[in-house]
Design a protein around this ligand. Structure first.
Ligand SMILES: NC(=O)c1ccc[n+]([C@@H]2O[C@H](COP(=O)([O-])OP(=O)(O)OC[C@H]3O[C@@H](n4cnc5c(N)ncnc54)[C@H](OP(=O)(O)O)[C@@H]3O)[C@@H](O)[C@H]2O)c1
Length: 290
């Protein structure tokens, strides 16, 4: 088994596998001796090292979990090449709805399975990862899904194999898209209690819902209101990984989480006026110039 990208999500998966005595190759960018996960049940240390040179001979893996940010996928290609063979299943642990389109061309002989990550995890300044909540993933019923289920069985990570993966992926994308407003304001979930912010969030979610439906998602009429209530029920200091990236000066996943919706809206002839303001602002916050 291998994990590419030992950040918040990659460390969580590596630690869950390690707890079940499953050996994991850890492929990263920054060298480290081990990984550490802090959970409600206590701390888990995954022995390293974190490998950082894909040109050094590394055995191919049966299952590869790709957990780099969507902005880092292209740079992780050398690791995918090193760790994948035709029988490898690549499980993509990334937000967005285009994991197959972006990753499959990098591993044309392997099987790519997108996964929806439902749990929050955070990297702390000391390098430890804090897992919040219970790990849970959803994958589509497709080739490779059974292998991921078998691997994660008894690990403490729940895995659902979904018949209607498209709908669930869009449901998560709507949540991610509106969370992007936090990266613009530099505020946490408490900001959604403002009436004016709630209005913007609902207008944005409604246009996202229209695109989602045009793209085949079977979401209810009141999904925007349901999501706004969900954000209002979050602890007011809860952030989002895009806000953490902004605070730390890292590139934002604006294209995978927001840009894609406007792009598909244009394809389906659906106007996205709120997104047309939000996306350039996120892109500029991420990539400049200035
Ligand atoms: N965190 C969450 O709560 C959460 C929840 C749901 C979904 N997601 C999604 O899950 C995905 C991963 O997010 P994350 O929060 O785990 O990100 P993250 O903490 O930033 O982790 C990314 C990891 O990938 C490594 N990396 C970067 N470039 C690499 C390369 N070329 N080769 C190998 N490793 C490389 C980074 O190395 P460095 O240590 O050098 O930076 C880091 O360890 C994202 O799509 C995110 O939106 C996250």
């Amino acid at each position: 088994m291998a994990v590419i990208g030992p950040g918040a999500i990659g460390t969580t998966i590596a630690a869950l596998l390690h707890e079940r005595h499953i050996a994991v190759t850890i492929a990263g960018r920054s060298p480290r001796g081990s990984l550490q996960l802090d959970t409600d049940r206590g701390a888990v240390t995954v022995p390293g090292p974190v490998l950082t040179d894909p040109t050094r001979s590394t055995a191919a893996a049966d299952v590869v979990f790709l957990a780099v940010k969507a902005t880092q996928t292209a740079a992780a290609e050398p690791w995918l090449t090193a760790l994948c063979e035709p029988s490898t299943v690549v499980c993509v642990l990334q937000n967005g709805i285009e994991q197959i389109e972006t990753v499959a061309p990098l591993v044309p002989r392997s099987t790519v399975v997108p996964a929806i990550v439902w749990f929050p995890a955070e990297r702390r300044p000391d390098g430890m990862v804090r897992l919040r909540g219970t790990p849970r993933l959803t994958v589509p019923r497709t080739d490779g899904a059974d292998r991921i289920r078998d691997l994660l069985q008894h690990t403490g990570c729940a895995l659902e194999i979904a018949e209607d993966f498209r709908t669930l992926a869009w449901q998560k994308l709507l949540q991610n898209a509106v969370a992007g407003l936090m990266a613009l304001t530099g505020r946490r979930a408490g900001m959604f209690h403002r009436g004016d912010v709630g209005g913007v969030a609902l207008a944005y979610l409604r246009e996202c819902l229209a695109v989602a439906r045009a793209d085949g998602a079977d979401l209810a009429d009141d999904e925007p209101e349901r999501l706004l209530e969900k954000f209002r029920a979050f602890p007011s200091d809860m952030g989002t990984s895009m806000l953490s990236d902004r605070e730390d000066g890292r590139p934002l996943e604006w294209e995978a989480r927001n840009g894609v919706i406007g792009r598909l809206g244009r394809r389906y002839g659906i106007p996205t006026p709120v997104g047309d303001v939000v996306v350039p602002l996120l892109a500029a916050a991420s990539d400049g110039p200035g």
